[in-house]
Design a protein around this ligand. Sequence first.
Ligand code: BES
Ligand code: ZN
Length: 612
Amino acid sequence: MAPIDPHSFTDSTHPLTTHIHLSFYFDFPSSTIHSSALLSLSSPHSGPLFLDIRSLTVHSVLDPQTRNPLPYSLSEPDPIKGQNLVVSLSNHSSVLVVYSTTPASSALQWLNPPQTFNKTSPFVYTQCQSIHARAVFPCQDTPAARICYSARMNIPRQLSAVMSARHVDRRPPVAGEGAALPCGDALWCAEGRLVEEFVMEQPIPPYLFAFAVGELGSRDVGPRTRVYSESAPAVLEAAAAEFAGTEDMIRQGERLFGDYEWERFDLLVLPPSFPYGGMENPRMVFLTPTVIKGNASGAQVVAHELAHSWTGNLITNKTNEHFWLNEGFTTYAERRIVEVVQGEERAALNIGIGWRGLNEEMERFSDNMEFTKLKTKQEGVDPDDVYSQVPYEKGFQFLWRIEREVGRPVFDEFLKKYIATFKFKSIDTEMFLEFLKTNIPGIETKIDLVLWTEGTGIPPDAFEPISNIYTKIVTLANEFKAGRMPGEDEVADWQGQEWELYLENLPKSVEASQILALDARYRLSESKDYEVKVAFLQLAISSGCSQYHGEVERTLKEVGRMKYLRPLYTALVQGNGRQEEKIFAKRVFAEARDCYHPIAQGVVESIFSKHM
Ligand code: BES
Ligand code: ZN
């Protein structure tokens, strides 16, 4: 007996779950889902079966055939893995768990009507990557165990549901359906309720399970793409305009990587508290509203989540220790799509921003070099705490290095074959390297594959991009250090990404007077583009400009995207002797906390505990 994944109780000697049928009764007033999960195993099993759960109340475990109770026990909670739900089976090939979620579920964010755009209805959504699916339903919560699922969602009639699955029906509740649930049949069939049904027939890792329930509206933007958001015409119109180019990107993806296997590619724009830029939930990508900027830059995030349809969702990292297989490949694939639809210069700019980010992560992890590796050891490590640009940008650099070695045509053929060979499989770094060496014989004599995948730091054959805009911006940033401000004519055609690259290439802190002069001229602290605004505010805090506290506070209360929370809170609390800023950070967090997703709450808390 041995665990197959450091983040899961799943045991190597147990059969894996192949299908899960879920029934959910959404009780918004108590922020609870009353549920049952019917798990089907790949083969009959006798003895203990280990399932992951976190913040769930288990009411009973039943033999689905006879409805007789099955013995079970729960381990003491582990701070990272949650609890092991140990069920005793005797030649069973399925098991039914009756349970309720709790308001503490780390995967779920429940929003009261006042926290939504329209302020009239509640809203709830999931974020399961990396190890939060277990806080929605009991499962073998490892990407090594791919599952199909079906779901019945019982919701208030004025709301609707979306999932990372095919929608099959919206209908009245049927008597008897709720009998085995903790809510009972009377509530299930009560006036004002209805049921939405979904199926996901393709095997996916549990972290790709997703739903959202709220007062949703939608607009078609392409033959297989519809954007959903809270039903507000202004939001929907802006989203539809921002994502109008999606079908073009799907076609480019198919040309580069093979057929799009998921039938639909719909997009859901979430409330501002969504903790990520995007999440690649199959058939229904989740997006932060901060990508809607009215200048088509949201396309980059969509290109990234779309690229996961091949790298990540078709081929999946076997455990989070091989996370670079998901994000490194996807960052590479994203940039290939961007290169076609937005041009080489834009792609080079993205590579440059990534290169800067990668170099910065080396400083962040200078006392913990393990997390500068592609393949990492994560026993006892919470994936949310070590989330970084390394798997994205070092992974990208590794693949880009291989591309340079073999040439683009050969690499493109290799990628297509890699995807066709491993689709719907979960793999590790070794399997990739074996495949690479078999298909590109001699590659290991040209590139130090072990150094790239197991070594710390940035290998010497990594590459800073060369392009006109990139070089120009980096030069201007270097001149700022010597006291020269960029001229109006030099920045006239700069969009958000140009400013982002510029700001990120400035020193960590500069003279406060320089910050004020830059802002007086270009109003960066008021930018509508959060990437620019946050990069500027971070620099302002580190340079000791306390006049921006008001703007920092507003930003931290407006958005819950961790890409913005992390640098702002870190800039406020790191270092010694700035007690006033630490107190300020604590107060703002106390006031904003309820608006953050539980994962973001945890991440901010761990920044505080590291620095205070
Ligand atoms: N899968 C990730 C988001 C994620 C990673 C969630 C790890 C939970 C744990 C997603 O594809 C992603 O990388 N999003 C980026 C988008 C960007 C690279 C364009 C983000 O959210 O910033
Ligand atoms: Zn990604």
